[in-house]
Structures are given as C-alpha cells and as structure tokens.
Design a protein around this ligand. Structure first.
Ligand code: MG
Length: 164
C-alpha cells in the first residue's frame, strides 16, 4: 500500500536571528522566527510524514506553548517524528520539497541540507528532492518578509501491515 502526505510551513524573517533551513545554518542578516529554530523546510517535511501515516500535525505533537520545545533544533523534532513513523512499519519511498525564498540564494546549501536530512529520514539522496525558488517578488515571500516550504512524503507499507 502506498500512502502520501503533504506539508506546508511559513515563518517570518527577523533581523538578528540565525537562519536554519534543512538543518543548515545559512549566513544571512535575517533568520526565521519561531518557538523552535524556525526551520520551515523541516517543519513541512515533518507534517508530510505525519500526514502520510494519519497522525495530527506538528503543532499537536510539539505545541508552541510547551517550554521544552523552545529554541529546539528542528532536526530533533524530525528525529522524534521518525521514531513515531518507524513504529508504523512503513518505509519512506521518497520525500520531495520546495523552498520559497526571495533571499538568500538557497541552491549552494542544498547538498548540505541533503547530507543532514537523508540520514535522519533513513533514505538515500536519490529519494530526497530539495528545490528552491523565489516568489518573483510577489507578496510577503517576494518582499523578503517570510520563507515558506512545501513537502510531499510517500511511504510504502507491506500489504499485511495495514487494515484493508
Ligand atoms: Mg513551523
């Protein structure tokens, strides 16, 4: 059985914060605001994984009212979610993502993002897509006020591991 999940996230850019995307600290004058490190790419991936296995979203699993998640690295959240999805006996077929950012230029950091995320997702690099686009100057993303990300995750489950 094949199961697919979709994830989306957007965070506001603020001056003087570190910018984390895909677990990579990217040199930039602004960073993503959030209860965690604001890594919207990982948050989108987490929601895609959770969605594929029928779980509630990242905000339910890691509430921003809980002080234990304050300032937490999103790679830690991904590790915890992988433990949860691994318990479901599914195998990730692939994860595909898009980052929407006007600035900075993301492409040079994609190889390092893949180096970070593939071991956490327990998949080979050919099963993870990370693409970066600008928003052509439109809206909050285009004016550099926010960065957003989309993700799709597909799992394969053994036929006998799920109710038909
Ligand atoms: Mg988020």
């Amino acid at each position: 059985m094949i199961k697919t999940g979709i994830g989306y996230d957007i965070h506001r850019l603020e001056k003087g914060k570190p910018l984390f995307l895909g677990g990579v600290k990217i040199p930039f004058l602004k960073g993503l605001a959030g209860h965690s490190d604001g890594d919207c790419l990982i948050h989108a991936v987490v929601d895609a994984l959770l969605g594929a296995v029928g779980e509630s979203d990242i905000g339910q699993h890691f509430p921003d009212t809980d002080p234990k998640y304050k300032g937490i690295r999103s790679t830690e959240l991904l590790k915890q979610v992988m433990a949860l999805v691994n318990a479901k006996e599914g195998q990730i077929s692939n994860v595909d993502t898009i980052i929407l950012a006007e600035e900075p230029i993301i492409a040079p950091f994609i190889p390092e993002m893949k180096e970070n995320l593939c071991p956490l997702l327990q998949i080979s690099p050919d099963r993870l897509g990370i693409k970066a686009k600008t928003n052509e100057g439109f809206g909050f993303i285009g004016s550099g006020k926010a960065i957003a990300a989309w993700a799709v995750a597909t799992f394969e489950f053994k036929e006998d591991s799920q109710d038909e």
